[in-house]
Design a protein around this ligand. Structure first.
Ligand code: HEM
Length: 483
């Protein structure tokens, strides 16, 4: 049994006075026979009537979340024609969602609708088999083998940059991370100035999650959703093409496969146990899942890291000093010897977690801090809010990589910092993403200086654009100078 019954004692007789009370969340929790009599979490106190929640979230979902959690760690908001949504912003709740009571929190329908039966979506036995089949490709040793391919793709793109260039960095890095993912995990090099249809399709996978559509019932055919559907068709065609290529020359032993599609085709060919799940439809879903999960997240991380460097000359000086000490192109071995770059990445993922919320659906009734969340309700675990909580981080809104220099990690609650999620469904691409991010930062940082030409907002943040990942608004230009 997966859930931790020790977490399921009797609920407090009344909800904690303010549900930000951490003792209440770590005290007796969970469902009992009495659960039905417990109150639902409150609506946020100063966000107007629930009927306005959707409009407010569509306008500014991040500000909505910030203000909502001023009312407490668990709050309820009203959706339009889709019931209600329960927002959780405490590491202890996140731990219950991802580990101790994970069976009570299934994947939400958005995942099915968007990624079919890929690894992000499936659950139970099917998930276990898919994860087992894909794990070898993402294990640390395999990932280290991609280092050269990663730097090659980064260089291929940056070789075209010249002193004085100005461009939308996020857009440029989206191209780069897609080049990397295709060349390494999918085993096909993209044309630098071509493959535009494919690149646009990968970008449009986001469209399902833009706030102007996300809060509307799934059957409403918004323009964003139409772009998303068209993107899926294009990517499925590409997947078919790549699969046909691999089938012409399948590896006889799946363990010899060096890229995802060869691995999957190899498993099919040898009739491995996993082959039952490897129908062509599922192979395509898998490819689209990896494409979506694996490039935009790293793009976002890199864009915010360069923005942070451009904003703080001292942090930039320390970073440049470190990468300048490297003896030539950074390698997989160098990556472990770059503590300043490592802290830069860690802090970027804290303040700007690309996956800033984790959506789930309750499979049974659960009790949090004396409040009841009924079965079959939408739950949002607020990673970004947790990582900006002053109870866990000093000056949480400040970009301060040095905070990671001492013992902070060992002192923190395990789930106060969780940009890659956690528990059994922790990001499978974590090692890959960290390797790619550090190699790209070091490769670019040794040769170029990037200056942001945009303007921060009043709160010191760059203009943000939340969809499935939290990105910078499009069109934010950077100036490139050669060092
Ligand atoms: C900075 C980069 C990345 C971040 C912040 C990130 C974050 C996450 C998070 C938070 C989850 C958990 C989702 C949930 O519990 O609902 C996840 C899952 C996943 N990620 Fe990543 N990810 C990154 C890069 C990658 C890369 C590079 C790949 C693949 C090449 C990848 C593939 C996946 C897959 C397939 C899952 C689903 C795993 C499962 O359910 O077993 N991710 N990622």
């Amino acid at each position: 049994m997966d859930s931790d019954p020790s977490a399921d004692g009797g609920p407090p007789s009344t909800p904690s006075e303010r549900n930000t009370d951490t003792t209440a969340v770590s005290g007796p929790l969970g469902a009992t026979n009495d659960t039905e009599s417990l109150p639902l979490p409150p609506y946020p106190s100063d966000l107007g009537p629930p009927t306005l929640h959707v409009a407010r979230q569509m306008r500014d979902v991040l500000e909505f979340s910030r203000r909502a959690h001023e009312s407490g760690d668990v709050v309820r908001t009203r959706l339009l024609g889709q019931g209600e949504e329960f927002h959780l912003a405490h590491p202890e709740f996140l731990k219950r969602v991802l580990v101790s009571e994970r069976n009570a929190f299934g994947k939400s329908a958005d995942f099915d609708l968007t990624f079919g039966e890929g690894l992000l979506t499936v659950e139970g036995e099917q998930w276990r088999r898919q994860r087992g089949a894909l794990q070898p490709l993402f294990a640390r040793e395999s990932v280290m083998g991609y280092a050269e391919g990663i730097t090659e793709q980064v260089r291929r793109r940056t070789d075209r940059w010249s002193d004085g260039d100005r461009f939308d960095l996020q857009c440029e890095l989206t191209g780069m991370t897609l080049d990397v993912l295709f060349a390494t995990v999918l085993g096909r090099e993209l044309a630098l100035d071509g493959d535009e249809r494919l690149r646009a399709a990968a970008e449009n996978l986001h469209e399902w999650f833009v706030p102007t559509s996300l809060f509307l019932p799934p059957w409403v055919p918004t323009p964003a959703r139409r772009r998303f559907e068209a993107a899926k068709v294009t990517l499925r065609e590409e997947a078919d093409r790549l699969l046909a290529e691999r089938r012409a020359d399948p590896p006889t032993n799946p363990a010899d496969a060096e890229d995802l599609l060869s691995l999957l085709v190899g498993l099919q060919e040898v009739g491995a146990d996993e082959s039952a799940m490897l129908t062509d439809d599922r192979l395509r879903d898998q490819m689209i899942t990896i494409l979506f999960a694996g490039h935009d997240t790293t793009t976002t991380l890199l864009t915010f890291a360069f923005w942070a460097l451009a904003n703080d000359p001292e942090i930039k000086a320390r970073f440049q000093e470190e990468v300048d000490r490297l003896d030539g192109r950074p390698t997989a071995e160098d990556v472990g010897e770059l503590p300043v770059t490592d802290r830069l990445v860690t802090e970027t993922l804290r303040l700007y977690p690309p996956v800033y919320v984790l959506p789930r659906r309750t499979t049974r009734s659960v009790v949090l801090s004396g409040y009841r969340i009924p079965a079959d309700e939408r739950v949002i675990a607020e990673i970004r809010r947790i990582q900006r909580d002053p109870r866990f981080f000093d000056a949480p809104e400040e970009f301060r990589p040095s905070r990671w220099q001492g013992d902070l990690r060992s002192e923190l609650h395990d789930f106060a910092y969780a940009p890659f999620g956690g528990g059994p469904r922790v990001c499978i691409g974590r090692e890959f993403a960290l390797l790619e991010a550090k190699l790209a930062l070091a490769t670019i940082g040794r040769e170029y200086d990037l200056y942001w030409l945009g303007e921060n907002q009043a709160d010191g943040e760059p203009p943000l654009s939340p969809a499935m990942t939290l990105r910078m608004e499009q069109g934010q230009e950077f100036l490139v100078t050669e060092r």
